[in-house]
Each structure stands twice: as C-alpha cells, then as structure tokens.
Write a protein of this length. Structure first.
Length: 83
C-alpha cells in the first residue's frame, strides 16, 4: 500500500506572562477619620470590591480583635431609612 506524503503545519505559540498586580492597600485609620464608624468603613471597602474575608484582614490592621462575623453582619443588614 502506498503511503501518502502529507505536509504537517506547525505554528509557533507565544505565551505572554503578565506581572501580578500588587493588591491595593487601604489606610483604615484615615478612613475612620473621614467615615467615623467601622460599619461605614466596611461598606466603603465592600464598595471598592473587597470580599468579606479581605475586609476582615484589612480591618485587623487597626482593630486586632475585629472578627469576620461583624463585617458579614454589616453587609447583610439593610441600611435604615432616614426621614
């Protein structure tokens, strides 16, 4: 049986690597001065796109006893209506 001569195409694949972006750091003390309450800071950080665990880690830089449950409760509780 005769063999077919087939051409094989090869192409070069170039993989670019992207340097990892350092996570943004937040100055919790400065945020406390402007926003006045921990709850407001938690809502602000959540608005910036941080997850609850990341908020907890960030808040622990200023408040060592800060717990995950507090951040979770703040984010789950609806805001009260103002008159």
């Amino acid at each position: 049986m005769p063999k077919n001569n087939t051409a094989v195409k090869t192409e070069e694949v170039v993989i670019e690597t992207v340097a990892p972006v350092a996570p943004k750091t937040y100055d919790v003390k400065a945020l406390m001065e402007t926003l006045k309450t921990k709850s407001a800071v938690i809502r602000h950080l959540h608005g910036e796109g941080l997850k609850t665990a990341e908020i907890t880690t960030t808040m622990k830089t200023v408040f060592p006893n800060f717990i995950y449950q507090h951040a979770r409760n703040v984010l789950n509780q609806p805001l009260k209506k103002s008159n």
